[in-house]
Design a protein around this ligand. Sequence first.
Ligand code: SAM
Ligand code: SF4
Length: 482
Amino acid sequence: MGNTTITNKKGTMAGSLSRGAVDFIDDARIGELLVPGKSDPSRVREVISKSLSKQPLQLEETAVLLKAEQPELIEEIFEAARELKRRVYGNRIVLFAPLYLGNKCINDCRYCAFRRSNPEQVRRTLSFDEIRDQVRALENKGHKRLILVFGEHGEYSAEFMAECVKTVYDLKVGRGEIRRVNINAAPLDHEGFGIVKSAGIGTYQIFQETYHHETYAKMHPKGTMKSDFMWRLDSLSRAFESGCDDMGTGALFGLYDWRFEVLGLVSHALHLQGKYGVGPHTISFPRLRPASGVEMEWPYLVSDYDFKRLVAILRLSVPYTGMILTAREQPALRREVMAFGVSQIDAGSRIELGGYTEFGDSQVLNREQFSLGDIRSLDEIMKELIEDDYIPSFCTACYRLGRTGEHFMEFAIPGFIERFCTPNALSTLTEYLVDYASPETREAGFRAVEKQLELIPDGSRKNDIVARLALIRETDKRDLYY
Ligand code: SAM
Ligand code: SF4
């Protein structure tokens, strides 16, 4: 397997798989673990308590949670996820925005509006000036973290993506700047990952879409780049070997049985952890959304209730991994699921090409990949988070100080959150409140900051934090972090 090569879209060899690559998804084993039959309540409780003692779960343990069907046990799983969130991660939520740069695509994924056979989609790649227009609009709203999104196309080479990343970092408007740029795009070869890494990206995110081989083959027609299950499954390993040690994975829920996908994600996390000693930085769990030109029967759509179950079970299974909840979901559900240990959300999102400046308040389906469930403004979402007792954070400190694996450290190192995360969340929140917030959000936000400060023990540390916040409120000083 290790020396398998793949032909890329230019017709040249795309490169080798990672060292000792194997297909670690064992459909038969996962199938066996999910053979219908309820879990024994005492076993479910044992697994929950393992998770609450901060230990990652093995596949069979996750399966025990997935098979718990009794409503009272499911409630216990929800409560355990809330408890883990409260006890370990605290109440910060990191905010980011997606920025779609190009929707040309050589693939034909059956669920996606960007697929090449969709005549309804208006194709476009933003020019560098147009990218700057979008970034300007995002900075003027207060964003500090972006994820750049691309279709898979010859125009979107690693060099092009790297140029886009630099364009974003270089544009500073007033006190605004983007401090972390992540990427969601097609799998690259080792060289390609090296090129985007050297442009200073944070996370490289690639969703496996479905871990079920047969479904994967149905969704990604033969002869397309994306039809190669293994090239995609192996991509985060290649990313890691090329220096991108910050990797994001995910599954598109609704293509196949959600329980299978959860076990696929956990297998992926365990595999990366076992092979490199580093698990994925984040896991995303997008649900299938309506999209232009996508007409299909979807027998595996996930209900809201099962969505909540899968988020809670993922939280309990992979404690060292950040969890991303996207604006595909409706506001009320996002609010509820957030309490299950979600660490990042996007806010104020628009996913049409040019959507941050060109399309007003309503979505334009033939210019976006799928329809969003939550297009509230960043300010509205900030206000709701603050009212719900979260501390919205734009912190980028760990990545900039080379503290990679920050979610791991938050979780595993005693005192890490108090020392770094909370003060950095408070300073980035204060920046937002001073520079961008509406009067109502500002007022609620400053009250929240005061409340949070009261929880910090008196002493030199607290004095230092208070002094920093005063600097932000009273001067032009920005970007202060521990
Ligand atoms: N083209 C790259 C690739 O396929 O890896 C970048 C990914 S695509 C622009 C971002 C993600 O959107 C996909 O990986 C897929 O999981 C998700 N997606 C595609 N169609 C969707 C739909 N109809 N509803 C929700 N999410 C969708
Ligand atoms: Fe192209 Fe990605 Fe959409 Fe597939 S999911 S059609 S690869 S943009």
